[in-house]
Design a protein. Structure first.
Length: 266
């Protein structure tokens, strides 16, 4: 199947915020949702793996990339409504959805609040949020919050990837945050992710769901995967041995194959 690219274009959110989005490939639409404080480049290394069966749709969250950067609001529910605005602009009634990290939290609300718009759902390296979620440990929080920005970035790099993978992949890395985000938007994304809590609503998800996670993920501990599975009725789980947060890159051949098999199993 040939790959076609839709020129970068824009939708409008309900509050008028400009939302930049990108569509590549042909076939059944697959929405790919990035992690906190990242733009669509999060998916650069792997999105082409889906183009044999799907077209891929990404967006720059409000506050990132070429999208508007309002003072607010920022929440995973708002981000989910922004995805619907993009689908509406494209004239797409129903799409498969693959969300990782904060994108997995956004994907939860998409499937809960807009069940008719979501075909199959993949939740990667994410959590239900709220008091039931298993949070990262205090050492991780301190490492990411340290005032030395270079040291904080290095800490994040090693939370995303194992030393063995980094040794063979010297970068550049597209999963360490959007450097062009203004401070207010970065704070907004942090608040959105931290305040996410879909626990009570997760049983409403009707889409078949695949939950993926690295079993050495300290950024979002892997025991969140069985928690999600216990709340989502039609779900299955796969853990990647030895993988950290960015399992979708480090374990790309297997992760891509599992995701594609699930998305095409109809």
């Amino acid at each position: 199947m040939t790959t076609e690219q839709l020129p970068h274009t824009h939708a409008r959110a309900q509050d008028g915020t400009v939302l930049a989005y990108q569509r590549h490939g042909v076939g059944r639409p697959l929405v790919l949702l990035a992690g906190q404080a990242n733009n669509h480049h999060w998916w650069d290394g792997v999105r082409q793996d889906f183009h044999a069966t799907h077209s891929t749709i990404t967006l720059d969250y409000r506050g990132t990339g070429d999208s508007g950067k309002p003072d607010g609001p920022y929440s995973t529910r708002v981000f989910a409504d922004d995805v619907i605005a993009v689908l509406d602009d494209l004239g797409i009634d129903r799409a498969d959805v693959y969300g990782t990290s904060m994108g997995g939290r956004v994907a939860q609300w998409l499937a809960i609040r807009h069940p008719d718009r979501v075909g199959r759902l993949i939740l990667g390296c994410t959590s239900p949020g709220g008091p039931h979620a298993l949070e990262r440990d205090a050492g991780v929080r301190r490492a990411l919050a340290q005032p030395d920005l270079a040291a904080a970035r290095e800490a994040l790099l090693h939370l995303m990837y194992t030393p063995a993978w980094l040794a063979g992949h010297p970068g550049p890395y597209t999963t360490l945050g959007d450097p062009g985000m203004p401070p207010h938007a970065r704070r907004g994304h942090l608040i959105a992710s931290n305040e996410h809590d879909a626990w009570d609503a997760l049983p409403q998800i009707s889409a078949p769901t695949l939950i993926l996670h690295g079993d050495q993920d300290r950024l979002t501990p892997p025991n969140n995967a069985p928690l999600l599975a216990s709340r989502i009725p039609d779900s299955r789980t796969h853990l990647f041995p030895g993988a950290r947060h960015a399992y979708f890159q480090e374990c790309r051949p297997l992760a891509g194959a599992l995701a594609t098999e699930f998305l095409t199993d109809r």
